[in-house]
Design a protein. Structure first.
Lengths: 325, 488
């Protein structure tokens, strides 16, 4: 399977990195190249701005992403000046960033693009609607870092997770942390919840939603078959569940989406052992994981070993983005 | 007009401003800057009011025409920054995009507006499209709201872009070192393109510069049209009337105050429209506690203010002189913060009002319960003194006061209808039947209307009735009642 094939049919794809220098830009560049052959109109943006990038070899600052003619690029007005494709301004968005309003431009030629898109969820939702009006057929979002980033269902239809040697210094940690992130991103959808309940905690009492306070987790958990937790779910939040023992078995803990779950691998395993099903309101498919064996810190990994270990640890396709570079 | 922000708030003017909903950023800015005009701007006010009247009259039966103008107004974004960058020759592609869209919107608006104006005939508001400026930004005449630096503008740019395209086609096929070398070459061409685009953008700025004044005039016209339409929509929401300007008579019939009437509506009560007729000289309103004397003062201030802002008055009819100054002398929440006693603050406010009233103009002075913070016998003397002092000054002065005796020094005397004319026992029965208690109960039976009082009319004793209605101890009540009896 080719890398692009993993996302070929998703209208909106978010590309997120486990850490800096995880190879996100390289992955995005590969996708853009492959996407060009489909002749479908591509639209690009990012969540906020991913710092100033300096070409490590030449030391010159240059925008990192090379786009092709006819691509739609949504970026802040000051960042648009940094782009060197021939620009046609098509729309403004009313979305403000520290670098000015986000502007949608069409590339009339190939060239480098500096992406600095909206930094809020609502902004991206609005921008997607504008892209659709402008007949974009596929949208790539440069999604910044995993955790800080948005892989929520209202934002994208699929996620690509980029990881690599820059994230941790030993192979085992890189693989286990990435596998855990992948697991949290691909939590199954809930059997009970389909719309977002209002309270911090909501349980089902005889099929009727009942809201409760944050400190009532263990009490509410055994009321019905599923407990919904709004917002961040951390190790500390779910700690009371481990005292429930057998009473917890077979019940469901439902979170908003994978990007709100901050559980350690140990907690996830403990929940599994308790027989608790960890799930989300609606899930976004993780299309692929990319690995980058080169580290910005100098501790490179053996490409074949990293690829093999990562492939063994997850059930989604894994690609080495540096291969062929 | 000299009301402070807090006073504009308390009379309900800020609330009315918030109800105005212009559609464009230009109308919105004009709304925020809306301030009362002075008598010297009477012609301007008459013009604004006549435009407003035409729009208000035509609006209900011509929804489609108005909707078309509204839609055009909604499309405007604030391009004033871009316009000013034309002057400094520093527009980029984004600014040019904004200006082009502005010019296109102007064309659309002028079509919708000329249809509407053919019907209503407004004066002083002209939307003039600038086709010559549009042609500069849209040399191909596409009429699409997008912008790029066109190759038609220079042979140089055309050649550079052709070269760039050719290089990019080659680049697409190359890999490795060959690609890197070709990329280097392409980047140099891109840099040349950048420079040529910048030069052309500056040239476009220079060509647009002669049209800056026309653009600014149009922005002003869009703002005025937008805000006048918003005023007309508001005037249709509440009963409102065009004020006519007089040389001294101040007469408002059936006036209301949206801020207060909306608050009353929420608590289930209704605002009693107020009639008042004043002239140069002094007048007092006396009457029961809780009877709405202050409401009458605030409502009058609001409607006078609105007339000076070129808006309709919330009333059935409105005759208003144009004032050089309006003063509201009332207790304010901030007084205690400033370390003044309420009486002290009042005196300070009175001093500045008296010294601020122009001798050769007309001023409106509104006193809400003056001297209530000091002892009643001195307070009454002070109020009477102020009334006598103002008698022959160029002012229209209205006092809401507890001091019944003060009325004899005033030109006119109004009383809040209050609870007079209602039999107290019947009142109690009606109240116990309705189940309402205390303040709510009083609000239900209180008549907030004003009635003129003739000399020698008896002073109603509503305060005692209110004591009874608020459930005062029986023994205490009869003790107080005895006081009233011995006075007779």
């Amino acid at each position: 399977m080719r890398f692009y094939d993993t996302i070929r049919d998703y209208p909106c794809v978010s590309i997120v990195g486990m850490c800096k220098n995880a190879g996100k830009t390289t992955a995005m560049t590969k996708l853009i190249e492959a996407q060009r052959e489909t002749n479908k109109r591509l639209a690009l943006t990012s969540i906020g701005r991913d710092g100033e990038r300096t070409d490590l070899v030449s030391g010159t600052k240059k925008p990192p992403i090379f786009v092709y003619s006819k691509t739609l690029v949504a970026t802040a007005s000051a960042a648009l000046k940094e782009c060197d494709f021939t620009r046609k301004v098509i729309a403004d968005t009313g979305l403000m960033t520290p670098l000015g309003e986000v502007i949608v431009a069409e590339a009339l030629s190939d060239g480098y693009a500096m992406l600095a898109g909206p930094s809020m969820n609502e902004g991206l939702v609005k921008l997607k609607a504008i892209f659709r009006e402008l007949m974009a057929e596929q949208i790539f979002i440069d999604g910044a870092l995993f955790r800080k980033s948005f892989s929520a269902p209202e934002i994208c239809d699929a996620v690509i997770l980029c990881t690599g040697a820059s994230c941790k210094n030993d192979l085992a940690s890189i693989v286990s942390e990435t596998a855990n992130a992948a697991k949290l991103l691909t939590l199954p959808a809930s059997d009970y919840w389909h719309t977002l309940p209002l309270g911090r905690l909501t349980c089902l009492e005889d099929g009727v939603p009942v809201s409760g306070e944050a400190d009532e987790l263990s009490k509410l958990f055994t009321v019905g078959p599923s407990l919904f937790v709004r917002g961040a779910v951390t190790d500390a939040v779910i700690a009371p569940l481990f005292r429930l023992g057998g009473a917890a078995k077979g019940r469901e803990l439902c979170c908003e989406d994978g990007s709100r779950v901050f559980l350690s691998p140990e907690s996830v395993t403990k929940l599994e052992r308790l027989g608790v099903k960890l799930c989300v309101l609606s899930s976004v498919p993780l299309a692929a994981i990319t690995v980058n064996p080169f580290s910005a810190n100098g501790v490179h990994q053996d490409p074949d070993r990293l690829f093999a270990a990562m492939s063994a640890a997850v059930s989604v396709p894994v690609f080495d983005v540096m291969k062929g570079q | 007009m000299n009301l402070s922000f807090e006073q504009e708030n308390s009379i309900g003017f800020r609330c009315v401003l918030d109800m105005l909903d212009p559609y464009s950023p230009y109308g919105e800015q004009l709304r925020r800057e809306l301030r009362p005009k002075s008598p010297s701007q009477r012609d301007q006010l008459e013009l604004e009011l006549s435009n407003l009247e035409k729009l208000k009259t035509a609006m209900p039966d011509n929804r489609e025409l108005f909707a078309a103008v509204s839609r055009s107004l909604m499309a405007f974004k604030d391009v004033r920054r871009s316009v000013s960058r034309v002057m400094t020759l520093s527009c980029g592609v984004v600014e040019m995009f904004e200006l082009k869209r502005f010019l296109l919107n102007l064309q659309k608006l002028s079509i919708a507006y000329s249809k509407l104006n053919g019907l209503v005939g407004l004066s002083g508001i002209e939307i003039r499209p600038i086709p010559a400026a549009l042609a500069i930004l849209d040399p191909e005449g596409t009429g699409t709201p997008t912008f790029h630096v066109s190759e038609r503008l220079s042979r140089e740019l055309y050649d550079i872009r052709t070269e760039k395209r050719e290089l990019e086609l080659i680049l697409r096929e190359l890999t490795g070192e060959e690609r890197a070398a070709a990329m280097e070459q392409r980047n140099l061409v891109a840099a040349r393109e950048e420079r040529e685009e910048e030069r052309l953008l500056m040239e476009l700025c220079g060509k647009l510069k002669p049209y800056v004044q026309e653009m600014t005039d149009n922005i002003r016209a869009v703002a005025v049209l937008d805000l006048t339409l918003a005023k007309a929509r508001l005037a249709l929401c509440y009963p409102a009337v065009r004020p006519s300007f007089t040389s001294g008579e101040l007469k408002l019939c059936g006036m209301t105050n949206p801020k207060i009437s909306d608050a009353l509506k929420e608590s289930g009560a209704a605002f009693t429209p107020i009639d008042i007729s004043l002239d140069k000289g002094t007048a007092v309103i006396t009457g029961a506690n809780m009877g709405g004397k202050s409401v009458a003062i605030l409502t009058l201030a609001l409607n006078v203010y609105l007339a000076h802002c070129g808006m309709f008055c919330f009333a059935k009819s409105a005759k208003i002189p144009l004032f050089d100054a309006v003063y509201l002398i009332a207790e304010e929440a901030q007084d205690s913060r400033n370390g003044l006693s309420s009486f002290g603050a009042e005196v300070v406010r009175l001093n500045s009002a008296l010294s601020g009233c122009p001798k050769d103009g007309l001023s409106l002075l509104l006193f809400d319960e003056p001297a209530r913070g000091t002892n009643p016998s001195e307070g009454a003397r002070i109020v009477e003194g102020v009334l006598r002092y103002l008698q022959d000054k160029p002012v229209v002065a209205l006092f809401a006061t507890h001091f019944d005796g003060a009325a004899r020094y005033a030109g006119r005397h109004y009383r809040v209808k209050g609870l007079s004319g209602l039999d107290r026992d019947a009142l109690k029965d009606a109240l116990s039947a309705s189940g309402a208690v205390g303040v709510d109960a009083i609000r239900r039976v209180m008549d907030y209307g004003l009635i003129p009082v003739g000399a020698g009319d008896p002073v109603p004793k509503d305060a005692l009735t209110i004591c009874a209605l608020l459930g005062m101890d029986k023994e205490l009540l009869s003790e107080i009642q005895r006081n009233y009896d011995t006075e007779k």
